[in-house]
Design a protein around this ligand. Structure first.
Ligand code: C2E
Ligand code: MG
Ligand code: MG
Length: 766
């Protein structure tokens, strides 16, 4: 028996020494009380074992006293430990006074026990022999032992109460820890009491082993089991309500934890667990994938396809052994949608849904450079006078028109075709050259007219085409070239499509120079009015002149209107030049009037003047300012001006005529609806361009038409002027068919006012 006890003692001594050593390195607050308890138990074990190995009476008495004294401390320290273990510092503070009392009592009791060797007031030892060999020390307890025992039980009870209190208050998951300690402690106490009571039977009191076990248990609970459980519990609590779904697996792939989201996932996505097997078999420590599956949202019945970002990870220990794995997945449907929306918004035009400028150029760049051998065309469209559409029909209508055009363009379904809205009414299309059909392209673009059926407005869409020569050229430069092709036909109603050629670049530079120089040129009076005489057919008497502008450019010399009038009109600047020339003309008429010369000057009005200026106001103010007769300031309007908004223009023209102005229809016959115009507007004069005759293949036929037009005009009381008259035969023919007035090089080229006066008015006083 003794032998086994000694072996047991040695084992527990080793274990306790180990735990004391381990605790010494811990930093937690529980470490100190536990270390003290551990040492006390170790001492108790040693003190109790010594008399068993060396049964000398004198020493045994002393050592047994030490053992009993240490028992006080074991119980006191157990209480201290329980306080820290259950509630850490808070509990200690609460029990401070009680603890002090216990501490003092333990000291007094310990002292009382230590003096037992001299007084024998606590216990007496009596050696029991089996035969002649020593068997064990029988202990006879004296009165003071019961005081000691009482104190011990008070301390033990305090510990029990502390643990019970904590047990009742703790969440269920933590109770288990306290329960085990409590049961272990109570068992120890009961066994201890039994050993004390029935010492004679057991001969040896094993309760010191129980204290050892209790201490080692406390050690494990304090540092390993409780924290680990707390960690797991807290972890589960945190993951439970996480936005992410989490599935944890042990090393064998068995599911050990699934939070709420993951549980739903297992319900909705039956393949998930198979997936884990697959991931594990792939032997990658990290796998990320996007996966879509149907989810039934809470409170609804119908499933909804949602997108998830899923990360599978293996967890390994420091020796790289697999200890588990987990899958974390997040619903990224909304985020992806938002991202896609953002990307869409930043890459597409909000009105039409087509690619925006930046993205169109980027995609175009990718397409033409990825396959640089395929010949391609870049097309761009522009609606003529789109600003006018907006002004006249409203911006909403303009928007609808653009949407309609975008729809038409987006409907082009060919390989590698991309369509974008570059700006305002300008769209761009990139297509393979082999898919490009000029006729179809024009037909498609003009189909927009259908949209405004029933509205008296002619839509004209220009198409500029650039055949991509070098795929590595800057893409926006390619676009500029397609646009340049459009510029070359802008203002022309007969042409809808134009192909870029390198000469256009030069004229672009020209355009820029002209617009840049215009304002200062006007201020510096570089523009001057030339006059081209108009003579009566019957007697070739000078009747008046047409005012034709010339630009006396300081560097480029005399520039003719064809080089700048169109450009200024595009740039919205021509009305300023026109006003200037009209005033020059009015001034001139006034001056002649003063000199008694009755000559008129015909001035040109361009299409946009009708929109930029109040023509009625401009001309009436002018004649009033210079006190001239409106008859002497004739107004030339080309037929094309009247192709749009005829009703609007008609009112202005009627008013001007009412005031006394003569309205001339310039370039009669150059457009398609000259006769129609005659029906709508009471022109005073029609001006036929000789080009009308020259350009026609069948001259005789043209002459016949012209003859009948003139006859018809005559019946309407309209005066006929023919311009571009260059030779005798023309003069004869025109006279024969009834033309009233001639204008042309035959008589004179347009000349400066000075030359005009010196040639025709030299007899009139200046
Ligand atoms: P337009 O109003 O039809 O003017 C007649 C053009 O025919 C003038 O050209 C004139 O020089 C030219 N011409 C006259 N007789 C003959 C001839 O016998 N043979 C040939 N081949 N040509 C002849 P110009 O001066 O170069 O003006 C061209 C156009 O520029 C004008 O055509 C007119 O539309 C416009 N323009 C000229 N000045 C002004 C202006 O002050 N304001 C506006 N808005 N346009 C103007
Ligand atoms: Mg004219
Ligand atoms: Mg003309």
């Amino acid at each position: 028996m003794r032998f086994f006890f000694v072996i047991g003692s040695i084992i527990f001594t080793v274990l306790l020494s180990y735990s004391a050593f381990a605790i010494a390195f811990k930093r937690e607050s529980i470490a100190m009380p536990l270390l003290k308890l551990n040492i006390a138990v170790l001492l108790a074990l040693i003190f109790y074992t010594i008399p068993i190995i060396f049964p000398d009476e004198k020493y045994s008495k002393i050592v047994f006293s030490l053992y009993l004294a240490v028992l006080d401390w074991i119980l006191y320290l157990t209480f201290e430990y329980a306080c820290v273990f259950t509630e850490q510092s808070a509990s200690l503070r609460k029990n401070r006074l009680f603890k002090m009392v216990l501490f003092d009592l333990a000291i007094i009791d310990g002292f009382s026990i230590l003096t037992n060797s001299f007084t024998a007031h606590v216990f007496k030892l009596q050696a029991v022999y089996e035969g002649s060999t020593f068997s064990y020390w029988a202990i006879h307890y004296e009165f003071f032992f019961y005081i000691h025992a009482f104190l011990c039980y008070i301390m033990a009870l305090s510990t029990i109460l502390e643990l019970v209190r904590k047990l009742l208050r703790s969440p269920k998951i933590y109770r288990k820890n306290y329960q085990i300690l409590l049961i272990a402690f109570i068992t120890t106490l009961i066994l201890n009491a039994l050993f004390v009571t029935f010492g004679r039977i057991t001969k040896i009191n094993y309760s010191v082993f129980l204290y050892s076990i209790l201490t080692i248990l406390a050690f494990y609970f304090s540092f390993y089991i409780v924290p680990a459980e707390a960690e797991i519990t807290t972890f589960s609590q945190i993951t439970e309500n996480q936005e992410s779904g989490l599935l944890c697996f042990d090393a064998d792939g068995k599911l050990i934890h699934a939070n709420k989201k993951a549980t739903l996932r297992i319900r909705d996505d039956k393949r998930i667990l198979e997936q884990i097997e697959l991931f594990r078999s792939l032997n990658y420590d990290r796998i990320t994938r996007e996966i879509e599956f149907n989810v039934v949202p809470t409170g609804r019945f119908s499933a909804e396809k949602r997108l998830f970002l899923e990360i599978f990870r293996n967890i390994r220990d420091s020796k790289n052994r697999l200890i588990g794995s987990y899958i974390k997945f997040d619903d990224i449907t909304d985020e992806r949608k938002r991202l896609e929306e953002e990307t869409y918004n930043s890459t597409h035009d909000s009105l039409t849904g087509l690619l925006n400028r930046k993205t169109f150029f980027k995609r175009m760049c990718d397409i033409i450079r990825n396959d640089s051998t395929t010949p391609r065309m870049l097309l761009c469209t522009n609606i003529k006078n789109f600003k006018l559409v907006n002004d006249l029909l409203g911006e909403h209508f303009g928007d609808e028109l653009l949407k309609r055009q975008a729809e038409q363009l987006a409907a082009i379904k060919m390989n590698d075709v991309i369509v974008g809205r570059i700006s305002g009414d300008k769209f761009a299309i990139l297509m393979n050259k082999r898919d490009f059909d000029e006729k179809e392209a024009v037909k498609d673009t003009q189909a927009l007219q259908d949209f405004i059926k029933g509205i008296n407005f002619k839509l004209h869409v220009y198409l500029g085409v650039y055949e991509i020569a070098d795929p590595y050229e800057n893409v926006s430069q390619m676009y500029d070239k397609a646009l340049l092709a459009i510029k070359s036909i802008q203002g022309d109603y007969d042409q809808s499509i134009s192909f870029y050629d390198s000469g256009m670049m030069d004229s672009l530079a020209d355009r820029k120079n002209i617009t840049n120089d215009f304002v200062s040129a006007l201020e510096e009076r570089q523009f001057c009015m030339y006059l081209q005489p108009q003579v009566r057919s019957s007697d070739q008497k000078l009747m008046g002149a047409e005012a034709l502008v010339r630009w006396n450019h300081p560097e480029r010399g005399l520039i003719f209107p064809n080089s700048f009038v169109g450009i200024l009109e595009d740039m919205g600047l021509l009305h300023r030049l026109d006003k200037y020339i009209w005033e020059e003309a009015a001034k001139q008429v006034a001056e002649w009037q003063k000199r008694g010369i009755d000559l008129y000057i015909a001035v040109n009005i361009s299409a946009k003047d009708f929109y930029y200026l109040d023509l009625y106001k401009s001309f009436t103010e002018l004649v009033e300012k210079y006190k001239i007769s409106p008859k002497n300031l004739k107004l030339e309007i080309t037929e094309t001006v009247l192709m749009h908004d005829i009703d609007l223009h008609k009112t202005v023209i009627d008013n001007l005529q009412e005031y006394g102005f003569h309205i001339e229809m310039d370039d009669f016959g150059s457009g398609y609806s000259s006769l129609n115009m005659l029906k709508d507007i009471r022109f005073d004069v029609i001006k036929i361009d000789m080009e009308f005759l020259r350009e026609t293949e069948n001259t005789t036929r043209s002459k016949k038409i012209l003859t009948s037009i003139i006859q018809m005009a005559k019946t309407l009381g309209i005066t006929i002027v023919t311009e571009g008259v260059e030779n005798d035969s023309q003069v004869d023919f025109l006279t024969e068919i009834g033309c009233d007035i001639f204008q042309g090089y035959y008589f004179s080229k347009p000349v400066s006012v000075f030359d005009f006066e010196s040639k025709y008015l030299k007899d009139s006083p200046a």
